[in-house]
Design a protein around this ligand. Structure first.
Ligand code: SAH
Ligand code: SF4
Ligand code: F3S
Length: 439
């Protein structure tokens, strides 16, 4: 398959920004390019092709593309054959403009057109493809083969129909589309054959998954039947799509892990309404209550935006109150970033220093909660799936059922082992423990 007949295989350097769906997409693009004769390299300087998989979610994320391209300019000048490609959500949102403003870019490919990447790379012409075709691009990409680590992402749903007032995703990823159950099961089986034991199902609105008369709960139950697959997770979900059967699955499907990322964004009903979230703080709290009734030890995570246009001190305090009343095991918080083309971008922004101060206060509270939840694990016995060897000799690193990173003293451990561990200590972002026995 490689073009070694004509000399060395071409080298691909890929850089990935953004969410897990971009990580998954990058893996699939690498596989497509490898099937077309490329090998990967860790150094842009050695590459015949540089591919930047971009994120458009906040202004800072988008800007990274332009600074990366600036840094690539001397490389391209020294090596005119170097192909530079831009993929992902900035490609989708600003593809035409990138091509016009950045002559060093050879190709622009939107998230729905990755199956065309090898062909675009082969053609000597500048090309752009940001269509939203109806076929399942993943089924057109080559099948995955090589052995791999014990945890994997698997995209089951793409796109978003929710149109939160601040968010570009419905524009960059298009309408909600679910992949067929049968294809997902085949892909999961292939992953398990390649050594995977822990799969995270991905979607911009993963719990809106619906295909072949099956919702996400049905998909999870079908996947749980695969021998050798030990853990199932999913992300990111929307509070309004937490259906009864999905909540029930948290209580009775042992392979579904006790961790849930459920973004709420704000604790103020006024702001939630302005954000077009279509739920109140109370409705969110009620969903949490029902999930905890089904799975009392579930670790909850969320996303928050501070400084949304019009957010007052009182609104922000309601966000702090919501955080206090839930108690999150971890969470992400962001300062509002005005995005071109979104309804919120029409509204006047609040004072940046005020937004910074709120972000700091919220992050202080969230990290205190994270520390508390982690600390409560000390002394407990947890299951850890080893990802890789740790930095210290005789140490392994892996994830607990609750998705805590755990460093384990275990000279005999190897990646893929699922073991019982006694937690002995908690530090900023991880736990440490000792192995009890194999399972
Ligand atoms: N589909 C998911 C995640 C979307 S993007 C969801 O429904 O929540 C991930 C997070 O980025 C969002 O949850 C939100 O907290 C944040 N985000 C999205 N747009 C943003 C913006 N314009 N400014 C700041 N944060 C934003
Ligand atoms: Fe964006 Fe809202 Fe859709 Fe999430 S649900 S991707 S925040 S529009
Ligand atoms: Fe970013 Fe696109 Fe994901 S905007 S967060 S890479 S869906």
């Amino acid at each position: 398959m490689s073009d070694s007949k004509h000399g060395e295989a071409k080298k691909l350097f890929i850089k990935t920004y953004g969410c897990q769906m971009n990580v998954y997409d990058s893996e699939r693009m690498v596989e497509a390019m490898v099937a077309d004769g490329y090998v990967t390299t860790e150094r842009a300087e050695d590459a015949d092709m540089v591919l930047i998989n971009t994120c458009h979610i906040r202004e800072k994320a988008s800007e990274k593309l332009y600074s990366d391209l600036g840094r690539l300019r001397p490389l391209k000048a020294a090596k005119p054959d170097l192909k530079i490609g831009v993929a992902g959500c900035v490609a989708q949102a600003e593809g035409g403009e990138i091509m016009r403003r950045m002559p060093l870019v050879d190709l622009v490919v939107g998230p729905q057109s990755y199956h065309r990447l090898p062909e675009m790379a082969r053609s000597g012409l500048k090309s752009i493809d940001t269509e939203f075709p109806t076929e399942d691009k993943f089924s057109l990409l080559p099948k995955r083969k090589a052995a791999r680590g014990p945890s994997a992402f698997l995209t089951v749903q793409e796109g978003c129909d929710k149109f939160c007032a601040f968010c570009v995703v419905p524009y960059t990823r298009g309408a909600e589309v679910s992949r067929p159950v049968t294809r997902i099961i085949t892909e999961a089986r292939d992953l398990v054959e390649r050594g995977v034991r822990d799969i995270t199902l991905l979607g911009q609105n993963v719990n809106a998954y619906h295909a072949q008369a099956t919702g996400l709960a049905g998909l999870i139950r079908a996947l749980a039947k695969i021998d050798g697959l030990e853990r199932i997770r999913y992300t990111t979900s929307h509070p309004n799509d937490m259906e009864d059967d999905l909540i029930a699955a948290h209580g009775d499907e042992p392979k579904l892990m006790p961790y849930l990322h459920l973004p709420v964004q704000s604790g103020s009903d006024r702001i939630l309404k302005a954000m077009n979230r279509k739920h109140t703080a109370q409705q969110f709290l009620r969903v949490i209550e029902r999930i905890r009734a089904a799975r009392p030890d579930i670790l909850l995570s969320s996303d928050f935006i501070v400084g949304f246009p019009g957010e007052s001190d009182a609104d922000f305090e309601q966000t702090m109150d919501l955080v206090r009343s839930v108690g999150f095991g971890m969470a992400y918080s962001f300062k509002y970033s005005s995005r071109p083309g979104t309804p919120a971008a029409e509204k006047p922004e609040i004072d940046a220093a005020l937004a910074d101060a709120r972000l700091q206060a919220l992050q202080g509270l969230l990290s205190a909660q994270q520390r508390e939840v982690q600390h409560a694990m000390v002394g407990r016995e947890v299951r850890v799936l080893y990802d890789k060897a740790g930095r210290m000799p005789g140490q392994m690193v892996g994830k607990s059922d609750h998705l805590h990173a755990v460093h384990v003293t275990d000279p005999d451990g190897k990646p893929g082992d699922l073991v019982r561990v006694r937690i002995l200590a908690s530090s900023a972002n991880s736990l440490a423990g000792a192995r009890i026995s194999g399972i």
